[in-house]
Write a protein that binds this ligand. Sequence first.
Ligand code: ATR
Length: 473
Amino acid sequence: STTARAQIGVTGLAVMGSNIARNLARHGHTVALHNRTTAKTDALLEKHGDEGDFVRTESMEEFVAALEKPRRVLIMVKAGDATDAVISELADLMEDGDVIIDGGNSLYTDTIRREKEMSERNLNFVGAGISGGEVGALEGPSIMPGGPAEAYESLGPLLESISAHVDGEPCCTHIGPDGSGHFVKMVHNGIEYADMQLIGEAYDLLRRALGLDVEQIADVFRDWNSGDLESYLVEITAEVLSQKDAETGKPLVDVIVDAAGQKGTGRWTVKSALDLGVPVTGIGEAVFARALSSELDQRSAATDLKPGVIGEQPADTDAFVSDVRAALYASKVIAYAQGFDQIRAGSEEYGWDLHPGAMATIWRGGCIIRAQFLNRIRDAYDENPDLKSLLLAPYFRDAVEEGVESWRRVVTTAAGLGIPVPAFASSLSYYDGLRSERLPAALTQGLRDYFGAHTYQRVDKEGTFHTLWSEDR
Ligand code: ATR
């Protein structure tokens, strides 16, 4: 029989699970391995068994018996029913104080429910968002663990040891209670959607408004990957654009079907934002843009709609490239400001007491949205933890104000030429909405009072008012 010597167990050894298990072993931890079927366990041991100290197990009983107490098990199976099934199986075998970690992409409301169920059984349940894809899982992801603070005391050092590090700091911290880790991971993914949509719009403008070829655009992104826009996504945009298709010799991007897929985390973010009443327009436009791109039948039926172009190709290429850069940066600030608003709203709704600066800190490395920019976000929240909007932090305010004319030129040019820029345009409208002294919402209130007696408030005195709109109604 197995001696209980593993510091942690990983169950679910598909790509993410295997890579996390290897990462743990490479950092000197003894890792018990388990998978529903042993094929994946054996494949991992055969290929990478020499990377560290693994304990092979077959049954769940054997797996749990291989773990030191308090036991720690990281579940890396498919989100949803499979996760529930594995949790229930594990919980029956575990004892008071043991820790179950769900490292999958679970919906935070599921995590809230599971944490409650497990705490009633005296088990610690930690929903941990893990970002960074396959490579991140192996070489250092960004980890967002929620759950009880006591659980983090024993688990934290282990997770921090395998996370990415930036300037010596781990990209892993205790986020807050129950579902907060998965919530924050969800918003992270939403921001990732917005970031990618903005990059796509910038690329489209350089191509269609300026007529640059794909290789030239790759160079532009390479150039942008220094200074404020320096980020993983901008870096890999240059690489994706430089890639040639082996078969045709064309830029690979030209042979890829232009229908963007989604696994659902962007949609979750927007649904949650709707419930919380937070305008995450950048993320929303990104999700909708993917949906539009995937309506291939509808699109092909609509290609002969009149373009009605009223603009011309910008005369000064360099000037327009620099405008697009500014528009991209400003829109990105908006997308992050909105995402952080959602984190604050979620924190208030669920009583999580989240610290936005901590999120910025752990997103600096390991994850897909890692970027220089996050240092600035962290500084902004360090300086003022109660920041009303990221947009109002002096650094971001200056940056956006400096780029606002460029931003308007880009959106105007795109509209004139008939190039879709939903995220650029809606971010600019958000900016204009936020800074407007008066909004047409006063008219909306008037209309609501007219047809539904919903009442309104006045600018000049306290109270609630209703107008008798007309005698003959
Ligand atoms: P993949 O990522 O390989 O496409 P997946 O269906 O998403 O596969 O499953 C990922 C992991 O969840 C696998 O380790 C899978 O176990 P198997 O190798 O036995 O398929 C695991 N998994 C999926 N459903 C499960 C369930 N109901 N119970 C336990 N493990 C499950």
